[in-house]
Write a protein that binds this ligand. Structure first.
Ligand code: C2E
Ligand code: MG
Ligand code: MG
Ligand code: MG
Length: 290
């Protein structure tokens, strides 16, 4: 938040700006209350392999707001990230995800499912982050090797050594790492080779331009080749059309996430779709179904 020279607080702001600042701090308070009221829930979006078999899910936070209904992360994550609230929110998200992983672990037909969780830079940078992850894994009984932490390239903008060290500590606990939104951030390719990454996630911006922009198709091919050379797993997010899927398949990207397969769903719906008796075959969403 900018301050006018003299720094004498809000009375120097323009009225619109004052209103924006007030709205933001109201939202912060609401998020704080929502955290104690446990209004945040996870939705689960399938991740599938080349045969359409569900191999796991990404956990995506939603705010079950008492008046506004279901609020998406775009409306609150940035504000949470600008305050320390993202740390408490991130903790709740990790706890909920690990409780779910522990439940899957007890079921023959679910125990191979991996679960990916988004971790914001501010949360990752906390001194106690690695201990916290370990403690939540132990408390819930989740299998560390089924938990994927999704990081973004923003972590590579500064204090890279520290990031690499912490990632190695977490690798020792057994969790997996995925680089989310790959290609949209600041990654220096030289850093990338130093990170103990298990997976790279092709950003949906690139996927969305398959079939539209040959230059972007070339970038996708480059990312696929890079992942192969670095020997990291690759997954494409935001897959919406059969044509995109076909391009990715033909070019050697063999894991997918996107509306073509399923939207993020509450756990009961995700579970139902993964199917009880029939193995882990995915049910494609009917067109137009939200
Ligand atoms: P992300 O981690 O890149 O997650 C993918 C986003 O793309 C999700 O949006 C998902 O619903 C959406 N998506 C999935 N498939 C498709 C598709 O085929 N087409 C299109 N157009 N979109 C698709 P969502 O759930 O609104 O989340 C937005 C962002 O909020 C996430 O992007 C992530 O950066 C952040 N976020 C979500 N949950 C958490 C969380 O628990 N913690 C933190 N720190 N950030 C989170
Ligand atoms: Mg993600
Ligand atoms: Mg992403
Ligand atoms: Mg993201």
């Amino acid at each position: 938040v900018a301050k006018t020279s003299g720094g004498n607080g809000l009375r120097f702001f323009e009225p619109e700006m004052q209103a924006a600042v007030a709205a933001r701090s109201a939202l912060e308070n609401e998020i704080r209350e929502a955290l104690s009221a446990r209004e945040f829930v996870l939705h689960y979006q399938s991740q599938v392999d080349r045969d359409g078999v569900v191999i796991g899910a990404e956990a995506l936070v939603r705010w079950h707001h008492p008046r506004r209904g279901l609020v998406l992360p775009g409306d609150f994550i940035a504000v949470a990230e600008d305050s320390d609230l993202i740390v408490a929110l991130g903790t709740q998200v990790l706890e909920m995800a690990c409780v779910q992983l522990a439940a899957w672990r007890l079921r023959e037909d679910r125990r191979t499912l991996e679960l990916a969780v988004n971790v914001s830079a501010r949360q990752f940078r906390r001194d106690d982050f690695a201990e916290q992850v370990q403690q939540i894994l132990e408390a819930t009984g989740a299998d560390p090797s089924m938990l994927t932490l999704e990081l973004t390239e923003s972590l590579l903008q500064s204090r890279v050594e520290e990031t690499i060290r912490k990632m190695h500590r977490l690798k020792a606990i057994g969790v997996r790492f995925s680089m989310d939104d790959f290609g949209t951030g600041y990654s220096s390719l030289s850093y990338l080779t130093q990170l103990p990454l298990d997976q790279v996630k092709v950003d949906k911006y690139f996927v969305g331009n398959i079939g539209r922009d040959p230059k972007i198709e070339m970038i996708v091919q480059t990312i696929i080749g890079m992942a192969r050379n670095l020997e990291v797993e690759l997954i494409a997010e935001g897959v919406e059309t059969e044509a995109q899927l076909q391009f990715l398949q033909e070019n050697g990207c063999l894991r997918y996430q996107g509306y073509l397969f399923s939207r993020p769903r509450p756990i009961t719906e995700f579970d139902y779709r993964v199917g009880a008796a029939s193995g882990l075959q995915v049910a494609h969403d009917a067109p137009g179904v939200l």
